[in-house]
Design a protein around this ligand. Structure first.
Ligand code: AMP
Ligand code: MG
Length: 416
């Protein structure tokens, strides 16, 4: 019965808990070349049989010495050593260094046997095959990077569930991991519902609206590291919608449809989801923009369905608030997938009627280490997608709060 579907309006927190708990991380894995591992999620713990550094090496250009030999050196009483070896980076020392001797060494070069300390080039004077030490190094072991100082072979190097950015890829490369186990990218179907919608390349007839959500959502999904599956526009007829939604559910791990979830005469999405056997978790959230928001789960195949509001601003705000974290968790990201709010001083007064959690889009600035929030200029209706461009944060006024004055602090969800 349709009436049974009318769940109460949930708070943002309640909706968030229901949604995030419903997300089961994918466990399908695949192997990719290191060059393609960026932005993927590691599907196994990585250990290395190499120590880092691999061997004791110099942190400076200078001379490898025995600390005992040089510890009393001074500019008035320099200590002179015989330079018996030169060790360019990339070569192994051929001979050990005896007392009274030194080796010319460069940053990254291996320390020769017998030496324990580096004297910086700036604190020496070279004459023929002799070097005078003018200032002693501060202690034994100075300017030496010891084997295993950064990482010891066999320990955990990178943890399963790590999102691979440039630093993590560098670590994989250094550990000679050329084939990287990663989780499969979630497939996210994108469906725009509305008989008024046309693609951007078509002539625009009176009353029609360009389907901008298709592009906004695909960009959003890609940025999170998922694979968008663009399914285009479907008109507001129950037959067409049912076929399109059924196909979307079958072809992706997540469906993002936009439009058709409010209580207008042509809003069929919720009914169809129920008819198709969906478990409807959320129908309406006390959030502005974004109140009509339908979330359903399907069990075979396992699919998470987000019926987003059609308004471009509402669709994107609900994406930032709920979809982003859901996709990250689904991708296998072990930690840090939850939304993180920052505290910012608002430059503009923020007003709401206090009835729903209200989201304001604007620019987040970092000024002398503190965040400041500047409300987007112009009309703040959720139908205005123009002033959403250039914004990078959503400031939040909780239920019950009706105003925040300029200069006061507010929580902001960064959109980046
Ligand atoms: P709905 O949620 O279907 O009632 O749509 C709310 C508003 O958003 C209407 O003005 C729609 O024309 C507009 N809208 C719906 N879908 C899209 C879309 N894919 N792209 C741009 N605007 C849309
Ligand atoms: Mg519609």
């Amino acid at each position: 019965m349709v009436a049974d579907l009318w769940l109460q309006m949930l708070s943002v927190k309640e909706a968030e808990t229901l949604i995030f708990n419903a997300v089961r991380p994918l466990d399908d894995t695949e192997t990719v070349d290191l060059a393609n591992a960026g932005d993927r999620v590691l599907a196994a713990n990585i250990t290395s049989d190499l120590d880092f550094p691999h061997w004791d090496n110099s942190a400076m250009d200078g001379y490898a010495v025995r600390f005992e030999d040089v510890k009393t050196a001074s500019e008035t009483h320099p200590i002179t050593l015989r330079v018996t070896a030169e060790i360019p980076a990339g070569t192994a020392p051929k001979t050990a260094i005896a007392p009274g001797e030194a080796a010319r060494i460069f940053t990254g070069s291996m320390l020769p046997e017998g030496t324990d300390t580096i004297v910086m080039q700036e604190n020496t004077k070279k004459e023929g095959d002799r070097v005078s030490i003018l200032i002693p190094p501060p202690q034994a072991g100075a300017f030496v990077r010891r084997r295993g100082d950064y990482y010891q072979a066999g320990n955990l190097l990178l943890e399963k569930g790590t999102k691979l950015g440039s630093a993590e890829v560098a670590v994989l490369a250094a550990a000679r991991v050329t084939k990287v186990p990663v989780f499969r990218k979630p497939r996210v179907a994108i469906l725009s519902t509305g008989s008024e919608l046309v693609t951007p390349d078509r002539p625009l007839e009176p009353g029609q609206i360009v389907d901008s959500n298709q592009y906004a959502l695909a960009t959003f999904v890609k940025k999170i590291g998922c694979e968008p599956v663009p399914l285009g526009i479907v008109s507001d007829t129950p037959e067409a919608l049912k076929a399109a939604i059924e196909n979307a559910i079958a072809s992706a791990d997540v469906v993002l449809s936009s439009g058709g979830v409010s209580v207008g005469d042509y809003d069929w999405v919720d009914r169809i989801l129920a008819e198709l056997g969906g478990n409807i978790l959320v129908r309406s959230v006390a959030m502005k923009p974004g109140k009509p928001l339908t979330i359903a789960t399907f069990s075979s195949p396992q699919t998470l369905y987000f019926g987003l509001p059609g308004n471009p601003v509402s669709a994107l705000a609900t994406c930032w608030r709920f979809v982003r974290s859901s996709l990250l968790k689904l991708s296998g990201v072990a930690s840090g997938w939850q939304p993180v709010f920052v505290t910012a001083k608002t430059r503009s007064p923020l007003k709401s009627n206090g009835k729903r959690e209200t989201y304001f889009w604007g620019q987040l600035y970092l000024v002398d280490g503190s965040y400041e929030f500047d409300l987007a200029r112009g009309d703040r209706s959720s139908g205005n997608l123009i002033n959403l461009a250039g914004t990078n944060g959503l400031a939040v006024l909780p239920v019950g709060e009706t105003a925040i004055a300029a200069g006061e602090t507010v929580s902001v969800l960064p959109m980046s």
